[in-house]
Design a protein around this ligand. Structure first.
Ligand SMILES: Nc1nc2c(ncn2[C@@H]2O[C@H](COP(=O)(O)OP(=O)(O)OP(=O)(O)O)[C@@H](O)[C@H]2O)c(=O)[nH]1
Ligand SMILES: [Mg+2]
Length: 298
């Protein structure tokens, strides 16, 4: 295929600015979990956008911040390393520049690839001049290749964003089969969707202390379902109690919501069983992080 273009586009920014919402909106499918809580995304997730003459591979990354424990250091490193092997970067913001952005912008210095500023959540801004104010606050910070205001939630201006990026794609092959939307396995997506429901139903430290792994998948020929068993790991007994809730109410709710969404997204019929286990200080143990699927290749 001559003149076919393809390339990788990293989506980076502070936690909670809407990077995962943006990748899902661009791809047109939920491939990355989203939540109002910061530090939702923990791994690099690729979303594939294929058109007849080009393929853009968006790379969702964890929000960049300076966390103290090994989990946070690891996810920050994942985000930082993701801008090294891509063709361009989208720097997503949702507000006027603050000091939290400085250490992220510092990573752009020395990059030889274009960095685009994406102002997300414009549905929350009153008018054009409010958008301009946000844009202006960033202009001195870096020589951005372009600026695009969008609303990932309302899918506003996303075509314009794609059109802005398209000329910067190098010639290249189809890296993923046309029908493929993400590099995530079904198991990864299932455990992430379970974690998403936990993020919605817990507060404070609990959401950050949780990891989810799929333990087993078994086809149930009699009922024509797939029996999925998932393990939720927390750090303390009190967190386990919170997660289970009075008479098991909370865990039941989480399970029901996760099952419904998994069935809808994967077009399957699963039966989901959740187990909760305490593993003290797992966020600081390299082997646990690895076992729970958090990490990068570097
Ligand atoms: N109003 C509005 N809210 C948005 C928009 N995009 C995302 N959000 C909300 O912002 C919150 C964070 O969204 P995420 O997509 O999880 O943010 P993220 O940048 O991936 O966060 P981390 O993974 O923690 O770094 C969620 O509550 C989203 O619903 C938008 O365009 N408009
Ligand atoms: Mg995210």
């Amino acid at each position: 295929m001559s003149n076919h273009k393809s390339g990788f586009v990293a989506i980076v920014g502070r936690p909670n600015v809407g990077k995962s919402t943006l990748i899902n909106a661009l791809i047109g499918k939920k491939i990355a979990i989203m939540s109002p809580k910061p530090q939702t995304t923990r791994n690099r997730i690729m979303g594939v956008y294929t058109q007849p003459d080009f393929q853009m591979i968006f790379v969702d990354t964890p929000g960049m911040h300076k966390g103290k424990d090994l989990l946070n250091k690891t996810i920050d490193r994942i985000a930082v390393s993701s801008i090294k092997d891509v063709d361009m970067v989208l720097f997503v913001v949702d507000d006027a520049k603050g000091s939290a952005e400085d250490h992220i912008i510092a990573y752009f210095k020395g990059l030889r690839i274009p960095v685009f500023l994406v102002i997300n959540k414009i549905d929350l801004l009153k008018n054009r001049s409010a958008i301009d104010e946000v844009i202006i606050s960033y202009l001195d910070a870096y020589a951005f290749e372009g600026v695009t205001p969008v609303s990932a939630k309302d899918k506003k201006n996303l075509n314009h964003l794609i059109e802005t990026l398209q000329p910067y794609l190098p010639e290249g092959p189809l890296f993923f089969p046309e029908e493929m939307k993400s590099d995530q396995s079904e198991n990864q997506l299932m455990s992430e969707l379970i974690r998403e429901k936990i993020l919605f139903h817990t507060e404070q430290e609990v959401p950050h202390s949780v990891a989810v792994v799929i333990e087993s998948l078994e086809e149930n020929l009699e009922l024509n379902t797939i029996d999925v068993s998932a393990l939720i790991i927390v750090e303390r007994t009190t967190q386990k109690q919170i997660l289970i809730g009075k008479a098991g109410e909370k865990i039941k709710k989480i399970g029901t919501e996760a099952r419904k969404e998994i069935n809808q997204i994967l077009n399957t019929k699963i039966h989901l069983t959740l187990w909760v286990k305490v593993k003290k200080d797992w966020r600081n143990r390299p082997n646990d992080l690895k076992a729970f699927g958090i990490g990068d290749e570097s």
